[in-house]
Design a protein around this ligand. Sequence first.
Ligand code: NAP
Ligand code: ZN
Ligand code: ZN
Length: 347
Amino acid sequence: MSNTKAYAAQSATSPLAPWSFERRAPKPHDVQIEILYCGVCHSDLHTARNEWGGTIYPNVPGHEIVGRVTAIGDHVKKFKVGDLAAIGCLVDSCRECDNCKEGLEQYCSNGSVGTYNSQEKDGSGITYGGYSKSIVAHEDFVLTISDKLPLEAVAPLLCAGITTYSPLRHWKIGKGHKVAVLGLGGLGHMGVKLAASMGADVTMLSHTASKQKDAERLGAHHFVLTSDAEQVKAVTKTFDFILDTVSAEHDYNVYLNMLKTDGVMVCVGAPPAPAKVPAFNLILNRRSLAGSLIGGLPETQEMLDYCAAHNIVSDVEVINIKDINDAYERMLKGDVRYRFVIDMSTL
Ligand code: NAP
Ligand code: ZN
Ligand code: ZN
């Protein structure tokens, strides 16, 4: 066991503050990583503040983790001490169910183990995430990353990257598709970069006019200001595919009406309040409304390799961990260009 410094929320209303806890010593298949950078996902905020319910306190968020291997168990094959390594949203699953066997560990029928706020399979306690000095996980849940890309900008790929890559691949997005990405935040900016890199014609749907130039720089071919009724009307029945990354309550029907016949809208954004969708908005034009959760381990590695090959990283603002509570407030205002990443040497 090793005592590990961290930042934790002690309740839904208390700001994140210094805390420490015990990490297990590496078991034979475990990898121990010194965390160098950890991205700040809106899911961290939803969880720390118990917006989805079910948060166990103290809560140490963080699931966009990159670092260096500091110890390995005797049976570890994939890593050696000193290697770069990364951990995303999962640290364990049953590995026996049909979904796990297919590499869809995020949909494990017996319940996957999240990097934070989950019960460990062996009953040893709660998982604590990447707002901490180090982490220990089974090598099957540890990913390899390129040493050619800036590490701090790779960190957000572990959640924002895979969460947008996975649905784009599942729905086979590419050349000839008209794709819209709704919400230009952490997930949204990766959605734009990835969809554009796959050859799609990309429209950014944003409620922030000042993000237009950035959207175009990130690869969007068109920009629609969603607070402008005329601009919204002009894209009625336009898109094959919409990736909805919005974190707050919004009217899904506005965006369903932008889909062509057989169009698909995939929700990856997870507002706490349920959405209201009349069946007719799906029936007319045979539209689909779907969801998608992060990605499995094989696909996460595929995405990291794809990003390394195509030189794709996140646009980041590196912060000191003492500024994490301000970063949460700024994220709520949509004031992040486009992912906060904590420099863990400041802990
Ligand atoms: P984020 O960086 O805060 O971005 C969210 C964006 O949504 C904002 O930048 C803003 O874009 C838009 N937005 C925010 N409030 C809005 C409002 N009131 N009305 C309209 N648009 C609004 O968050 P994120 O880290 O990308 O996460 C987005 C959501 O995805 C969160 O709910 C998170 O929990 C969820 N998530 C899901 C998965 C999954 O597996 N499905 C994985 C990770 C995260 P504009 O300024 O451009 O409008
Ligand atoms: Zn996340
Ligand atoms: Zn399983």
